[in-house]
Write a protein that binds this ligand. Sequence first.
Ligand code: SF4
Ligand code: SF4
Length: 167
Amino acid sequence: MDEALVRARKLLENVTPLKSDCGRVCGAACCRSSQGEETGMLLFPGEEEEYSGKPGWTIEHTAMGPMVICSGTCDRTERPLACRFFPLLPVLRDGRAAVMTDLRARSVCPLARQGLSAMDPAFREAVREAGECLRGEETQAAFLQALAEEQEEIRRLRRALGGNGHV
Ligand code: SF4
Ligand code: SF4
């Protein structure tokens, strides 16, 4: 893992969307998947080595890069960065890191449906700071850009299907 990734993961190790356990509100909806319909988390560049061959973790390869599928529970120190960010995402705007609600999160996460203001400011700031770290590393910045483009594609699709594409 590069230094930016290690620091980003560390920044999100002890902060969560709410000061209390938000999983109690929704039954940890973002960690549940039904048998045969397991969904995974995209790994940031350099994270694959952390999970490859590790019991309880399966790697799949997708067009966006490696994705990890977990057992449904994990230790906070093992959590992939995508899970630490969820339901937010750092994005690059005018050369700086900003924070947005992940459009993919809306269908599962009640906080994502409420929007950024529903989340602890310390969490929002940690996601932004982690984005700043990642921005300084070329491979990570390119991955953030790819994620932002994916969000734009989701927004376009939602508009085309009659939604307002807004979270
Ligand atoms: S779905 Fe949202 S509210 Fe529920 S545990 Fe995940 S982040 Fe928290
Ligand atoms: S890795 Fe952990 S936080 Fe991420 S979905 Fe699995 S159990 Fe939930």
